[in-house]
Design a protein around this ligand. Structure first.
Ligand code: KIV
Length: 304
């Protein structure tokens, strides 16, 4: 931000931002009315603000930030402190969407008590309205306890990136009848334990359709076909800023890489040719200060 251009507290460039916050009930209403839920990830103030102002229902501060923001190979290394930092930045930007914080690997796998403590930190220290965690039956006790502790939980089933090593890579899940039954059972168990929504990642559309029909709570798909109650994508995939070949389920709606590369090249060229900064981009002394300075310089020259 420019040194002389301070943001005034509470000012907004968006003229008529509705103050209504998206809630669990409003997501549920969307499922009831068959209105698709729109979700995206965001990890910082600037992008979260744009995503919120574009009217998405919820923003996930995904642990995918480990890959798309921090450059790690998978999502495993990102820490609680890093997730909290990014969730706080997003929360400061968002006025309308629900903010969901992704619980990072290691923050809930060790024990239920640790999971509750870490989820509580998200609610208390970052202002998130819900947490998301990966896994089915093994997370039942945790989901129940979090729900009892007034912490809304979004479950995440199917291709769960934190299980990358157990799954031997990022593979589409739920491809056999046994695996499909397992997924449906997990989804129903998550609902019964109190989850308010379920992310379904990397599963056949036919399976997601059946899970969506079986559940009362909304399903949010990513690589799970069109029959889910809503869709989520990683923002950096949507705008070509993830430096990796797009997965089959990604649709690119913009090219931020091209935009940034072009802007930086032109800036560099302008600096190197002294075309930047121009006169209008420079500060100047007023007449009195200029003549006082010149007078002092000429006295100094005569003395030298
Ligand atoms: O971390 C993430 O971005 C996710 C997806 C569901 C988008 O978990």
């Amino acid at each position: 931000m420019s040194l002389t251009h301070f943001r005034i507290a509470d000012s907004s460039s968006a003229p008529h931002r509705a103050a209504t916050r998206v809630t669990i009930q409003s997501l549920q209403d969307k499922k009831t009315h068959g209105t698709p839920i729109v979700a995206l990830t965001a990890y910082d103030y600037a992008t979260a603000r744009l995503v919120d102002e574009a009217g998405v229902d919820f923003i996930l501060v995904g642990d995918s930030l480990a890959m798309v923001v921090m450059g790690y190979e998978n999502t495993l290394p990102v820490t609680m402190e890093e997730m909290l930092l990014h969730t706080r930045a997003v929360r400061r930007a968002v006025k309308q969407a629900m903010v969901v914080a992704d619980m990072p690997f290691g923050s809930y796998q060790v024990s239920t008590a640790e999971g509750i403590a870490n989820a509580t930190r998200f609610m208390k220290e970052s202002g998130a309205q819900a947490v998301k965690l990966e896994g089915g039956a093994s997370r039942l006790e945790l989901v129940k306890r979090l729900t009892d502790a007034e912490i809304p939980v979004m479950a995440h089933l199917g291709l769960t990136p934190q299980s990358v090593h157990r799954m031997s890579g990022y593979r589409v899940q739920g491809k056999t009848v046994a695996a499909i039954h397992h997924l449906i059972k997990d989804a129903l168990a998550m609902e019964a334990a109190g989850a308010f929504a379920v992310v379904l990642e990397g599963i056949p559309a036919e399976v997601a359709q059946r899970i969506t029909a079986a559940l009362h709570i909304p399903t949010i798909g990513i690589g799970a076909g069109v029959h889910c109650d809503g869709q989520i994508l990683v923002l950096h995939d949507l705008i070509n800023l993830s430096f990796s070949p797009a997965a089959k389920f990604v649709r690119r709606y913009g090219d931020a890489s091209a935009l940034i590369t072009d802007a930086v090249h032109r800036y560099r060229q302008d600096v190197e040719t002294r075309a930047f900064p121009g006169d209008a981009e420079s500060y100047h002394l007023n007449k009195d200060a200029m003549s006082a300075l010149q007078q002092e310089e000429s006295v100094a020259r005569r003395k030298a």
